[in-house]
Design a protein around this ligand. Structure first.
Ligand code: GLU
Length: 526
């Protein structure tokens, strides 16, 4: 008979204490400079920022660049510019140091070894000398035997080349010789790691389902896990607010806190829901940029490897306030009907309790809706400046009545540039090439319009209201329907059939310009 003696299971209840809010929170956004910051990353930064500011705390930016093989030129600068554009300015970062402490992990390299040594000494980590080929071979063998997910763990480590299996003398010789090694965490079998995530509630993982992750390499660089935990501790981070993709790493981080004797200062975790593609089918990834017809980056990214540009919200004409407002609502809601929130209002209203567990579907139409609302509410001088910039870029002369044009055209615009396209007749010569023009312009239209023009020219004061009154009088006197004269006037002034009131357009154009446009239309169209 076969008797199975179950291993005793130790439960590690951790991370249940809540920081009293009398302790000012210190949170960090910790991107890796491996490429442009995805909008999901900006949302993580935003929630960290809002949480810190709401509670009078500190928002830190740390660059996690321990994996030098994934370093991408320009990525850090991109992160800085993108956050600046969104007005999410860190209180502490590589660019504004409050002390001498570096905020780039590559510059903190000497800090980590001591903690790795401490783990080894206390039996919570060990040296492993297996080469990449050794590991490849064993994975292949395991695969051939039907096990696809071979892991370096509490069972397999007993067959590998490490300081748990090799004689101590050999380990010392290898280290003295400078053999390549890694340091791995030594997980205890069948231990239940429990952590209380602010968003997801209790999360529980058994160490039997975890592997002995690499913490440190012989080039002196820690891996993400080690550097992340040590830095969070040294930087006195109180709350780790990050994307859901890091949830599987959290139990390991909890164990590191325990093994390093830092349980008292363990931060609280909050793992944010994923940003999903519009159809809800999978995570919105960096690769989705432009492919799905909308940007996934805050600002344009010029890929140094292939010279290609991936488009950003800024360059598409989004206002940073609208972009940030839209992002805040991807995963959080205030529980009221209000949707438009300035950054300060977001700070006031934000709470992690109202961040949802389920993924947030991205909706580009909604993003545009936010921008439209901000454009409509924009200060009129600022909007005029926005449109002036667009005109300058296209070397189009800036009309003196631009402010009035913007106020008239803004209702239909989503982006400042829409004012240029919807109101092209304000900036360029009117075109009569629309096929509907010939349908609406009848042989008698010229003389009817000419008579209207005479009436308009006699007006004292050229307001939309007066123009409309004169127009209505003309209809009555000549016994015309609106449909006979209205579209014809609109064609003369704009070359279009839709848009804001023709009387308001006429007022902005002014008497002389209206006369010139009517004359030109009569001349051209007969
Ligand atoms: N460096 C990680 C990243 O690129 C940070 C994860 C964390 O916040 O712990 O997202």
């Amino acid at each position: 008979m076969h008797i199975v003696i179950p291993y005793r299971q130790t439960t590690v209840y951790l991370c249940v204490h809540f920081y009293p809010m009398s302790i000012k929170p210190r949170v960090r956004f910790a991107p890796s400079p491996t490429g442009p910051l995805h909008m999901g990353g900006v949302r993580t930064a935003l929630y960290n920022y809002l949480f810190a500011k709401k509670h009078g705390g500190v928002f830190i930016l740390r660059i996690e660049d321990t994996d030098q093989t994934r370093f991408v030129q320009g990525a850090e600068e991109y992160i800085r510019k993108a956050l600046e554009w969104c007005q999410l300015i860190p209180d502490e970062s590589p660019w504004n140091l409050p002390g001498d402490e570096p905020y780039r992990q590559s510059e903190r390299k000497p800090l980590y070894k001591k903690y790795v040594d401490q783990l080894i000494q206390n039996g919570h980590a060990y040296y492993a000398f297996d080469t990449a080929e050794d590991l490849e071979l064993i994975r292949e063998r395991a695969k051939a035997a039907g096990s696809v997910n071979w892991q370096y763990n509490h069972i397999s480590r007993n067959q590998m080349k490490n300081s748990l299996t090799l004689p101590q003398q050999e380990v010392e010789e290898r280290l003295a010789r400078g053999d390549d090694y890694v340091v791995r965490i030594k997980l205890v079998r069948n231990e239940e790691v429990r952590l209380q995530d602010i968003i997801r509630g209790w999360v529980s993982v058994n160490t039997s389902n975890m592997d002995d992750k690499v913490l440190f390499k012989s080039d002196g660089m820690p891996t993400y896990h080690m550097a992340n935990v040590v830095d969070d501790y040294l930087m006195k981070i109180t709350h780790v607010i990050r994307g859901e993709e890091w949830l599987p790493s959290a139990p390991l981080h909890v164990l590191l806190y325990k093994y390093l004797g830092w349980e008292e200062r363990m931060p609280q975790f909050a793992h944010l829901p994923l940003l999903l593609r519009p159809d809800g089918n999978g995570k919105l990834s960096k690769r989705d940029g432009d492919r799905l017809g909308f940007p996934v980056f805050p600002i344009d990214w010029l890929n140094p490897e292939n010279g290609e540009t991936a488009s950003g919200y800024r360059e598409q004409g989004f206002y940073p306030e609208a972009f940030v407002n839209m992002l805040a609502f991807l995963g959080w809601n205030p529980g009221t009907d209000q949707e438009l929130y300035s950054l300060n209002e977001l700070i006031d209203g934000f709470s992690l309790d109202r961040v949802s567990k389920s993924g947030a579907k991205f909706d580009f139409d909604k993003a545009k809706w936010f921008n439209q609302q901000y454009l409509r509410r924009r200060d009129e001088n600022l909007l005029t400046e926005d449109v002036s910039k667009e005109l300058l870029q296209r070397s189009i002369a800036i009309p003196s009545n631009l402010k009035a044009i913007c106020q008239l055209m803004k209702e239909r615009a989503i982006f400042p540039v829409d004012i240029l396209s919807d109101g092209d007749f304000f900036f360029n010569e009117v075109q009569y090439d629309s096929p509907s023009v010939s349908k609406k312009w009848k042989p008698e239209s010229g003389s009817q319009l000419s008579s209207l023009k005479n009436k308009l020219m006699q007006l004292d004061g050229f307001s939309a209201q007066k123009i409309e009154e004169a127009f209505t009088l003309e209809l009555t006197e000549k016994n015309l329907s609106f449909g006979q004269l209205g579209p014809v006037l609109r064609i003369a002034l704009t070359g279009r059939f839709t848009g804001p009131s023709a009387f308001e357009i006429a007022e902005i154009l002014g008497k002389d310009e209206c006369a010139a446009r009517i004359d030109r239309a009569i001349q051209t169209l007969g």
